[in-house]
Write a protein that binds this ligand. Sequence first.
Ligand SMILES: Cc1cc2nc3c(=O)[nH]c(=O)nc-3n(C[C@H](O)[C@H](O)[C@H](O)COP(=O)(O)OP(=O)(O)OC[C@H]3O[C@@H](n4cnc5c(N)ncnc54)[C@H](O)[C@@H]3O)c2cc1C
Length: 279
Amino acid sequence: MTVAHRPTSLGDAIRLMADPVAVAVAGCTDLLVADLATGRRHAAVVDLSRLPELKGVREDGGVIDLGAGCTFTELRRDPLVRSHLSSLAEAAATIGGWQIQNRATLGGNIVNASPAGDALPVLLALDATLVLGGTQGTREIAYESFHQDYRKTALRQGELLVRIRIPRPSSTTWQAFRKVGTREAQAISKVVVAMSASLADGALRDVRIGAGSLAPTPVRLRAAEGVLTGRVPDAAAADDAASAARAEVRPLDDVRSTARYRRWALGNVVRRFVRGIRA
Ligand SMILES: Cc1cc2nc3c(=O)[nH]c(=O)nc-3n(C[C@H](O)[C@H](O)[C@H](O)COP(=O)(O)OP(=O)(O)OC[C@H]3O[C@@H](n4cnc5c(N)ncnc54)[C@H](O)[C@@H]3O)c2cc1C
């Protein structure tokens, strides 16, 4: 039999999570699928949906601070997200269908640690920091260090992801998001890419590109970033960045796509991003 806990404060949730058999549940859209596939049963689940500390989007001294329990519907509708984190709003609108977006949380997408998680490249591109809470207290970790290997994260036993903090992009920061799947909607990504950059005197600065479904974890495309930094975003820069991106990844063939297609699509997305940059 499964014991279901429904704490109403983060402190209570953390105390319940100290039980080594306890499993955190947010929207349950990943957990349910995994449990059905494996026949796994849990002795104790801790429902995170009533924790006020995991809710809401707020602006906090130059940072957009997102609750790990925010659903993708909440994120894509939120005025702060729409005006400052347009790439996250776009990603939120491509995750599953409306029913999934109504339940699935940003925190679940992160902790589930699928390399195809659509919000994850955005967090790389926007340099997110994660706030984790456990019995030892609260700690912060750069999102870039969180996914360590396939489905392996820096989360310690019993810890919860509480908030996601993203430096508020300046008004001149350009952002883009693109998911490539088998069809326009309701598809798992073959390739998913997000980019942010700013323009100073016509040249690109602070270029960050995150990509998913290409490696055991989401990755930064550092070679492509390097090619673009200091360049005018013209057709030649777009082609060079596309070539660099294709050369720096080692995608796999799997049920969703071939490595060859992934590499080709990635280059096209990066090229299109750069060609779309406007001052
Ligand atoms: C039909 C369908 C379509 C989908 N389409 C997409 C898609 O297009 N793109 C995409 O990226 N994903 C997709 N998903 C996957 C899933 O919806 C997302 O990954 C979602 O964000 C998971 O969030 P959740 O709140 O449901 O997580 P849950 O299933 O509740 O949890 C997932 C994992 O994270 C842990 N967890 C959750 N929250 C926390 C927390 N705050 N602290 C610590 N641990 C936590 C849980 O213990 C569990 O291990 C789809 C799923 C389904 C069923």
